[in-house]
Design a protein around this ligand. Structure first.
Ligand SMILES: [Zn+2]
Ligand SMILES: [Zn+2]
Length: 607
């Protein structure tokens, strides 16, 4: 898969493989013009702060309405200002027009600044903690200067809140309990990787316009491609960290600032996902990349390794024990090399044996997105997809693929317009016709055949025999007991015509628990019968999971990374599948759809 190939959904790598990409540096003195969204964000923030202060409800509504109008505006708000037409924007009266004029001409708003001084944005995060309340928060803030959730917690723990006029011991205990509950709940919130990546993309786009920024990279669990992530973490390099932190906190994407200091900030974005920014010095950027990427278990492994070499590794950097000398690392590979280790790709940094392997030089040669030569499981408008066969084929070819297997649903899956035998035969005819028009690209005839409750397949053998590839899946009676469902899937794996077992556990992240399938037995059977286990790349499936891919690799089984795309745009989900497979140490040699079309045909003909 070529990296620039996903025309349909505009996916791009956020970071380059080993090191971050350098992004545009704004030239000194260049002030970025505020766009509609940014002006709207300030107006909305004024409304929020007025509300905090308990201001007149009419005034609050006016700002909120104006913010909405500016956001929905067809033209550029700067044009409206230049032409003296600000009052023409619905909901913009005299005083708001003045505020907007000030914003677009100077980039600041006196009203906004004054309000922020009264009630800093961090305070909103405190007020949002259920059980604290606006009035109490303001009282504590004014009396003790506490602003962030952490400061409120400290104030409560050191019994300073009970001494504030009008508050007492009970209020103090309430605040503490509310904060603890709130933080515990936040720990549990995880979002699917595609949503987090969309936020990261917007954030990186915005940051690239921040003055003085030398580079920025997505780090944390998102860089490790975990299926579910808690927040978006960004690392930046700049000589003036404070200016970049300031720019980050002023992003229209940011709803509330939760913490900030000269080098770090945590905000809650408008998408309700938290985002953090850390700013490092360029000469020690590599160390911070490793540190901010994690995981904790991986870092523990590195610290252990460092200790054995007389080096103290920690928050404070890389310090040689004997001399106390602190060594900076501009790039990640330099740090790994200093520890006598091979470079460890981010997806492997989970404390699952990668440090030992890096020391022994036995890290796997991981599959790369560019190794993928085709997609073996997609749907068309013949069943529940939206594209025609031709459209899907053209999109796949534009991605640099050699083949695409059309696997629409089989007859018993009525809910997804499963194909009757007759319609399946009609579809095969259409595939022949499409193939006649394509050069250097092959559409394979396939079917996503339902594995029925007893483990038999939903199509008779003579029909299966006419297909190029058969993908089998469980879509019904998924709550069968472990032994029943395992025997059901094992029976399907014994069918000579089945090649791929699709989305093996049928899990939906955040939606449906995995089936009780015994994965060890399933993997062993797949290996025994020469069957292939799918890594379904749909971002809320990622099934096989990373842990199951690792088991499959350890057992010597084959995988196929397929998107299960229901439209041409979804072919781009491939990257989620590839990176998820990399988390399971998957190699190119054990991934079916890295084969050339001829080699694939040979493999399929062997059944
Ligand atoms: Zn399916
Ligand atoms: Zn499917």
């Amino acid at each position: 898969m070529r990296e620039d190939a996903c025309v349909g959904c505009g996916q791009r790598q956020l970071n380059s493989p080993a090191e971050g990409k350098v992004i545009r540096v704004a030239s000194a003195g260049e002030r970025k013009k505020m766009n509609n969204g940014e002006v709207a964000a300030v107006l909305a923030d004024i409304a929020r702060l007025l509300e905090l202060e308990g201001d007149d409800a009419f005034r609050i509504r006016a700002y909120r309405k104006a913010a909405q109008s500016v956001e929905d505006l067809d033209g550029d708000v700067n044009e409206y200002y230049r032409e003296g037409r600000l009052r023409e924007i619905p909901g913009v009266g005299e005083s708001i027009a003045r505020a907007v004029a000030e914003l677009v001409s100077t980039g600041r708003s006196g009203t906004h600044e004054a309000l922020k001084k009264e009630a800093p944005p961090e305070l909103s995060a405190v007020i949002e903690v259920p059980g604290i309340g606006r009035r109490t928060a303001l009282k504590v803030h004014k009396a003790l200067g506490a602003t962030t959730i952490e400061e409120f917690r400290r104030a409560a723990r050191s019994h300073r809140i009970r001494k504030v006029r009008g508050l007492g011991e009970r209020t103090e205990q309430n605040i503490l309990a509310s904060i603890d509950r709130h933080l515990a709940r936040q720990e549990e919130v995880r979002v699917p990787i595609d949503r987090a990546r969309a936020v990261a993309r917007d954030l990186m786009g915005y940051l690239s316009g921040c003055e003085g920024l030398a580079r920025a990279d997505v780090v944390g669990s998102l860089r490790r491609w975990k299926a579910l992530v808690a927040d978006v973490n960004v690392l930046a390099a700049a000589d003036d960290p404070e200016a970049v932190v300031d720019c980050f906190c002023r992003s229209p994407l940011c709803r509330t600032v939760r913490e900030r200091d000269g080098r770090h900030a945590r905000v809650t974005t408008r998408h309700r996902i938290d985002a953090t920014l850390d700013v490092a010095r360029p000469e020690d950027y590599g160390f911070h990349m490793v540190w901010a990427t994690g995981s904790r278990e991986h870092l523990d492994g590195l610290c252990e390794r460092a200790k054995g070499r007389g080096v103290r590794l920690g928050e404070g950097g890389y310090v040689v024990e004997a001399t106390g000398e602190r060594r900076p690392f501009a790039t990640e590979p330099e740090l790994y090399a200093a520890l006598g280790l091979e470079y460890v790709p981010p997806e492997l940094r989970e404390g699952a044996g990668e440090v030992t392997a890096a020391r022994q030089g036995t890290l796997p040669g991981l599959i790369e997105p560019g190794d993928i030569r085709g997609d073996l499981h997609v749907h068309t408008a013949w069943s529940d997809g939206s594209g025609t066969i031709q459209e899907m084929a053209m999109a796949a070819r534009a991605m640099g693929y050699e083949y695409l297997a059309v696997c629409d649903h089989s007859r018993s899956l009525h809910i997804a317009h499963g194909l009757s035998v007759e319609r399946l035969r009609d579809q095969m005819t259409e595939i022949d016709e499409v193939n006649d028009t394509l050069e250097g690209f092959t559409v394979l005839k396939g079917s996503e055949v339902d594995i029925l409750a007893d483990g038999s397949l939903d199509l008779p053998d003579d029909v299966l025999a006419d297909l190029d590839i058969v993908v089998g899946s469980v879509h019904t009676q998924m709550r069968q007991e472990a032994d029943v469902i395992t025997r059901r899937v094992l029976r399907a794996l014994e069918n000579d015509y089945l090649t791929v077992l699709a989305h093996p556990t049928a899990r939906i992240l955040g939606g449906r628990e995995p089936m009780a399938l015994d994965m060890d037995r399933t993997i062993a059977a797949a290996r025994e019968h020469g069957k292939v286990l799918e890594v379904n790349a749909y971002p809320d499936r990622l099934d096989l999971s990373d842990a199951h891919v690792r088991k499959a690799m350890d057992a010597g089984a084959m995988i196929a990374i397929d998107t299960d795309a229901h439209s041409a745009a979804e072919l781009c989900f491939m990257e989620y599948g590839v990176h998820n497979a990399r988390r399971g140490w998957a190699t190119k040699a054990r991934t079916l759809n890295t084969l050339s079309c001829d080699a694939l045909r040979e493999f399929l003909d062997r059944r």
